[in-house]
Structure formats: C-alpha cells, structure tokens
Design a protein around this ligand. Structure first.
Ligand code: SF4
Ligand code: SF4
Length: 335
C-alpha cells in the first residue's frame, strides 16, 4: 500500500467507524494518568501522550483471569469473546514486548489458548515515538522509536495530520476504502524520515553486547551482595514491564463451587517461590534481584535467543528507589 495520511481531526471518526465492527482499545487519560482502555466512543482516545503507565500487555495477558469455574464437581468453561479488536496507539516497544510474550504463550507444546485467541483477533495500530523519554533505551535492544516489527499499521505525527504506513495485510485492510485517508505526498514521507531519524538519535542506553556471557559466570559473584539493598520489593518493575509474564494460579470459593484464576505474580515477592512445605528456595532479596536480572538477560536468551527487555524505560521511571536497570546492565558489562 502506498503511504496514506489522515487529518488529526478525522481520527475520532476513524475510531468511531472501527467501533461499528469490533472492539477498540486506545490510551485514555484518567486523572492525569494514561492507560489503555476499551473505548465506547472515539472521543475518549488520548493519543498525544508519551507512553501509557501500564503496558497494553494486560489486553492479552490480564492481571487476573478466570480459567474455568466449577460447581458440584463439574467444570464450566469460561465464556470468551471472539470479537475482532484494534489496539490503537501502541508504541513500538510495547509491540516488541508482545513478541517476547509470544515466545512463552504461543510455544508449540504449551500454547495458551486465551492469549493465542486475543493475539489472533487483534490488529495493532502503532504510534511512532517522536519524543522518546530520557528513560527510554529501545535502541539498545534492537528496537527503535519507529520500529515497525510486530505492528500492522504505523502512525507518525506530522503536525496537523498523521502519516500512515501499512506494515501487514491486516493493517492495509483497516485503511482500504475509508474516505478519511488520502495518499501521502513525497514531502509527507520525507518529513516522517526526518522525524524518525531525529527521534532515533535522541535515544541512548547501555549496550547489552556480552552481558549474557558475563552473567553465565556470575551466579555466585559478590556483585549481587549489595544491588538489592535499596529495593523495597514492591514489584512495580515487574508489573509495569511489557515482557514480564510470571503468574500464580489460585482457586477461589469452596471445593464444591468456585473458580480457578490466573493472577500476575512477581519474582520480587518473597512468597513467589514459597513451597507448600514451607521451604523457600529464594529466601533473600539478593536471590530475588539476581533472578530478575538473570531471567531477562541470561535465562531468556538461553531459552529463546533474545533478551527479555525492550527498553521501554517503565521500570526506570517508576521504581520508587531509582534502581536503574540501565546502570545494572552497564555495571555487569564492565565488570
Ligand atoms: S520497582 Fe524498584 S523497589 Fe520496586 S521491586 Fe522493582 S527494583 Fe525493587
Ligand atoms: S525491564 Fe524495564 S525497561 Fe526493560 S522492558 Fe521491562 S520495564 Fe521496560
């Protein structure tokens, strides 16, 4: 598809049109905080923002999800929607985060049907980051403020309008035959290139080259003795991370009547590895912090060939004690 443009004033109508045929999720502002929500009208979307506080991973892997209910010894399957969905305004780092989750939840031998269903029926409309935050370091992880991998459409803010690029057939289908889109001019495309180059150049961060190899020999290193000391074990860094995917399974109700629920969990919580016997193999904060770093930069690389961090910067921005993962990576690399 040739690149298109859409006037900013027409985006509300575009979103309202999409709502006629399925669900639309987009960033919505509530009391100054932006998160992805199911839209009821196009006006609710807030797309001139930095990035959402919470990544849109919860639209695919909810923080609490009923797997099935049981009553008098019989299980009842949970109802699931098959409505098509558009996720509008997702940033390239968060789309890259979904690719990491795919490795876990779409594995051939252990595919998660709920996650797979949501992925299958979702079209991802990305929004390039023309003003990356100082805490962003996506370029260190092979991404970029305008990286299109994993997206279906990519929007770029050109001022009064957006440039729209189709990345997949599904993205192209979303735009085709809609009167609100016009063919982009050569100047529009050139302006997008300039904006993307400027944004890319403004992002910096640590190199992850050689970090996995360093970690291979660091399990018992004194490096871990102090790193965790200021950590409050609040779990914010894992809950806000677009790639973290640990969960717990709990049964609610009575043995006769209730439901089995999957809930997010965090390797930073002491209960995370507590066995029913009372034994806890990760008793100390040192062990838990080592696990978080090792999982992202060594174990995930061992298992899937890539680092489980996309450089979104959320854990850097939101950690209450400023425990900066970029500095940790740098210290490991230079150790
Ligand atoms: S956000 Fe900071 S304080 Fe909270 S668990 Fe993570 S590293 Fe520790
Ligand atoms: S580890 Fe931090 S910077 Fe990396 S993807 Fe997770 S929240 Fe973002």
């Amino acid at each position: 598809m040739k690149e298109k443009t859409i006037e900013k004033s027409a985006v509300v109508d575009f979103l309202s049109d999409l709502l006629e045929t399925g669900q639309v999720f987009a960033p919505v502002e509530r009391e100054g905080i932006v998160n992805f929500e199911l839209l009821h009208t196009g006006e609710e979307a807030r797309i001139d923002f930095g990035n959402s506080l919470r990544p849109p991973k919860e639209l695919f892997f909810p923080c609490s999800e009923t797997l099935f209910a049981f009553e008098h010894g019989e299980t009842t399957a949970k109802s699931s929607s098959d409505e098509p969905r558009v996720i509008f305004g997702i940033r390239p780092c968060d789309a890259a985060g979904l690719r990491i989750l795919d490795e876990v939840f779409l594995a051939d031998d252990s595919q998660d049907p709920s996650y797979a269903g949501r992925r299958e029926r979702s079209v991802l409309v990305g929004l390039g980051c023309d003003q990356p935050a100082r805490s962003c370091f996506c370029t260190s992880l092979g991404g970029g403020p305008f990286a299109a991998e994993g997206l279906d459409l990519l929007f770029t803010d050109l001022g009064e309008k957006y440039l729209v690029e189709a990345i997949s057939q599904r993205g192209e289908d979303l735009v085709t035959d809609r009167g609100c889109f016009e063919d982009a001019s050569h100047e529009d495309i050139e302006l997008k290139r300039e904006i993307a180059t400027r944004a890319e150049q403004s992002v910096s961060g640590p190199s992850v080259q050689g970090v996995k190899q360093k970690l291979d020999g660091m399990f018992d290193d004194p490096f871990w003795d102090e790193l965790h000391l200021k950590c409050l074990e609040c779990g914010i860094c894992t809950y806000l991370c677009p790639t973290c995917h640990c969960f717990d399974i709990v049964d609610e109700g009575t043995s006769d009547n209730g439901q089995r629920v999957r809930v997010w969990d965090s390797c930073q919580f002491s209960l995370f590895t507590l066995h029913t016997s009372g034994h806890n193999p990760r008793l100390s904060g040192k062990q838990r912090m080592r696990q978080r770093v090792m999982h992202k930069f060594k174990y995930f690389v061992d298992n899937f060939g890539e680092v489980a961090c996309v450089g979104c910067g959320r854990c850097v921005r939101e950690c209450p004690v400023n425990l900066d993962i970029r500095a940790v990576v740098d210290a490991i690399r230079l150790s």
